[in-house]
Design a binder for this molecule. Structure first.
Ligand code: ADP
Ligand code: MG
Length: 399
């Protein structure tokens, strides 16, 4: 799918509104990690180098539609200024008279960072009037906030609609390129590894990818829905009983498309996450009634590792267990390591999804994965074969 790119725009002498993702983690009023700011620098520099003045809009945290100075973007303005080596003007709001005054005095090369979009409830509602006010001072709209592109928020969909079209920044272009290549011409064998809690989220991913897959590995809580459908006892493990039929269909379709399905061969069980000291490993067909499966066992890690090693493309979404609570993090860590090692041997590895990305970061393996998607929900949508409304809006022609 082709979207208008930065390189297609004529920036000279124009005013640009850039929707970025500057939602950085804060700790005690300071920026704890500035990688999201650094990530968007190439787009910012490109726009400025091409003779435009720039307004940047972003959200931060979840202020719930009211002003909350703890979630102000002011510290981001300062850090961005340091990184660019030039002054970044900060506007105390994202719309209104003061913003309009600041915007009207911008010269080519100047940057104005607008205050948190989500101080206004209209942002999340996708309100068109609000979008009009946001776009009021801009000639050109650029979106480089991939992680929010599955949302029909005012700054994502409304502004490009109001301005007639928009352009995709470098971060979005990079994300799309990876997904497009992987989804259209994956190097084979192609393996999908799914985990996490919500089967319902991941079923459309499986349905979309199944005809192209060679291996489907399932861990995490979602494995229990499949195991239950296959007649195994899963004790008190997390289940989505209303998805048993969907699991059955996937098992049948996998056979039709000749996809090898790999479910856990062993499971780490405990009465609950509150009693990690009682954790033990059992065979997948020997989960006792009052126990919950909270992680994949070492035998499963070894088996999945072998599949990963033999594959040329591996997509991973969703942790293998309750990785937030040791020792139930072992399976997820083992898999993250397997992916890193396979990447070293030339396998293309892609990790998407908020929690799986967090697991990779916590294991210190981020740089050893081919591509880690910054957008959990947005990458899930792409894997499901769905369109992202904010990207469609860039093409224009919609009202
Ligand atoms: P992602 O954000 O990577 O897409 P999900 O949001 O679908 O992943 O799932 C992540 C959650 O799944 C984690 O909070 C994790 O604790 C939970 N989880 C994984 N395995 C299990 C399990 N066996 N039992 C209960 N929860 C689990
Ligand atoms: Mg999640």
């Amino acid at each position: 799918m082709k979207y208008p790119a930065l390189e297609d725009a004529e920036f000279k002498g124009r005013k640009v509104l850039l929707r970025a993702d500057l939602n950085v983690p804060m700790q005690d009023g300071k920026i704890a990690d500035d990688s999201r700011i650094k990530a968007v620098l190439p787009t910012i520099e490109y726009i400025l180098d091409h003779g435009a003045s720039l307004m940047i809009a972003s959200h931060m945290g979840r202020p719930g539609g009211i002003e909350n100075l703890k979630l102000s973007l002011a510290p981001v303005a300062e850090r961005l200024g340091e990184l660019l080596g030039k002054k970044v003007i900060f506007a105390p709001d994202c719309i209104g008279a003061r913003v309009n005054t600041l915007a009207s005095s911008l010269n080519p090369g100047d940057i104005l960072l607008l205050e948190n979009l989500r101080f206004h409830p209209e942002e999340k509602k996708g309100d068109l009037d609000f979008a009009r006010k946001l776009g009021l001072n801009a000639d050109i709209y650029v979106n480089d906030a991939f992680g929010t592109s599955h949302r029909s928020h005012a700054s994502m969909v409304g502004v490009p609609e109001v301005l007639g079209r928009g352009y995709a920044g470098f971060l979005i272009q990079k994300e799309l390129k990876v997904f497009e290549k992987m989804l259209s011409f994956p190097a084979r064998p192609f393996a999908l590894l799914l985990g996490g809690a919500k089967v319902s989220d991941k079923i459309p991913v499986i349905e979309n990818l199944l005809p192209r897959l060679n291996h489907l590995m399932i861990g995490g809580a979602m494995a229990f829905t499949f195991m239950k459908e296959m007649g195994l006892n899963v004790g008190t493990s997390l289940l989505e009983l209303d998805r048993l039929g969907a699991a059955r269909k996937i098992l049948d379709d996998a056979e039709k498309y000749d996809v090898d399905i790999h479910l856990p061969v062993d499971i780490v069980i405990a009465p609950s996450t509150g009693s990690p000291e009682l954790a033990e490993v059992v065979a997948a067909d020997a989960i006792p009634d009052r126990m919950a499966g909270l992680d994949i066992g070492p035998g499963t890690v070894a088996e999945f590792t072998e599949i990963i090693r033999r594959s040329c493309t591996v997509v991973w979404n969703g942790p293998m267990g309750v990785f937030e609570i040791p020792p139930f993090d072992k399976g997820t860590r083992g898999i993250a390591l397997a992916l890193a090692e396979a990447t070293g041997d030339g396998t293309v590895t892609v990790v998407g999804g908020g929690d799986s990305v967090r697991a990779v970061v916590e294991a210190g393996l981020l740089s050893r994965i081919s591509f880690v998607s910054t957008g959990g929900g947005a990458s899930l949508k792409l894997l499901q074969g769905k369109k992202l409304p904010a990207l469609d809006a860039l093409r224009g022609g919609r009202k």
